[in-house]
Write a protein that binds this ligand. Structure first.
Ligand code: NAD
Ligand code: DAU
Length: 338
């Protein structure tokens, strides 16, 4: 059945990849993208689809009750990506995280619950489960793992998850929550580790590795994530949480080595820097529920090919990131890395 989706945060990394993916996969659907264009929102991410009849951009904030009410009235479902998304920025200043991630989600929920059977897909993160020890590779987060947040970012995401659950319980909201591991791929803002390291190396600048590099992340290609979200939207059971991951765990040292190899650079390009405050040690997700219940499988995340393709994308899209790595970005970089 044809759908009109309201996508929030569609000018960011995952949202823009999701919009392009859905326009390709479901060409008879309409998409309205609500984005306030914060520092990480970039209209250029969707330049190739901007003129399509099925795509509509609204420049606005998810905290704007009146605007949100109007947009929800016109649409069948919301895929809610909009958020402040970077852990390091949440350590520098947590206020925007509470404002957008918590209050913004509450505004969307209040409008959505008033429209009968409006579907609400909330895009969350594995970070709400806290972290796992490095010496217990047998442990994985499941959907039943307790919420145990460590950073202001993950606390704000967990607060929004709990609100979504409360609106399901209290008002019968037709919803799902997805909790995904670290994404990589094109159009990622170069504050996150992969595009930061790749673009630094292209500019012959060293890469700032936190602590001893032993922390582990579980990497998934962004299009595999988009496919999982579409599966949850089309086939998910209301009220359920779905974990998403590629079972692709790498230490930061291993990740950095793979990037250096792909770019023909040596270990002398690593600059060890002070560790992130409260740095989560290991994220690792058990994604068997979405695989067995919804039939989703990641097909684009295998390393080293998927990582090398991503490195190549940043090499061939220098104009995109060079425009981003100016102004506010430079101020942030100076503050964060000295
Ligand atoms: P991003 O920072 O690249 O994009 C966020 C987008 O939201 C931007 O376009 C920004 O302008 C918009 N936005 C922020 N506040 C807004 C507001 N108040 N009103 C309207 N728009 C607003 O983030 P991303 O990496 O694409 O992450 C998207 C979502 O996925 C987030 O909710 C994040 O928590 C979640 N997530 C990300 C990852 C990852 O690895 N990047 C993994 C799991 C989950
Ligand atoms: O797990 C999902 C989460 O993944 C998402 O919810 C977040 O939105 C997303 O930003 C990401 O969070 P991380 O903190 O894991 O991603 P980041 O790219 O910031 O860091 C990945 C790892 O690399 C982490 O262990 C810290 C390390 N790192 C990061 C930066 C920016 C460095 O060593 N140096 C750096 O300069």
């Amino acid at each position: 059945m044809s759908q009109h989706l309201l996508v929030t945060g569609g000018c960011g990394f995952i949202g823009s990849n999701f919009i392009r993916f859905v326009l390709e996969q479901r060409p008879d659907w309409q998409i309205t993208n609500l984005d306030s264009l914060t520092y990480s929102g970039n209209g250029e991410n969707l330049a190739d689809v901007a003129d399509l009849d099925q795509y509509h951009f609204v420049h606005g904030d998810i905290r704007d009750d009146e605007l949100v009410k109007q947009l929800i009235e016109k649409t069948d479902a919301i895929i809610h990506f909009a958020a402040e998304s970077h852990v390091d920025r949440s350590i520098l200043d947590s206020k925007p995280f509470i404002e957008s991630n918590v209050l913004g989600t509450q505004v969307l929920l209040d409008a959505a619950r008033r429209k009968e059977d409006y579907r609400f897909i909330h895009i969350s993160t594995d970070e709400v489960y806290g972290d796992l020890p490095l010496d217990r590779p047998d442990l994985l987060f499941t959907e039943d793992s307790p919420i145990c947040t460590h950073s202001p970012y993950s606390a704000s995401k967990a607060a929004s998850d709990l609100l979504v659950g409360a609106y399901h319980h209290t008002f019968g909201l037709n919803m799902n929550i997805t909790r995904c591991s670290n994404n990589f791929g094109p159009y990622q803002f170069p504050e996150k580790v992969i595009p930061l390291f790749v673009t630094n190396l292209i500019e012959n600048e060293k890469v700032p590795l936190y602590g001893d590099g032993s922390n582990i992340r579980d990497w998934l290609h962004v299009i595999d994530h988009c496919e999982a979200i579409l599966a949850v939207f089309e086939k998910g059971t209301s009220g359920e949480v779905y974990n998403i991951s590629g079972n692709n765990e790498r230490s930061n040292l291993e990740l950095t080595g793979a990037i250096l190899d792909a770019m023909g650079k040596g270990k002398d390009m690593i600059r060890p820097v002070e560790d992130r405050l409260g740095h989560d040690r290991r994220y690792a997700i058990d994604a068997s529920k979405i695989k067995t219940q919804l039939g989703w499988e990641p097909t684009r995340s295998a390393w080293p090919q998927a990582l090398e393709q991503t490195v190549q994308w940043y090499i061939t899209h220098a104009t995109w990131w060079q425009r981003v790595k100016t102004g506010e970005y430079r101020t942030y970089y100076q503050k964060q890395y000295g």
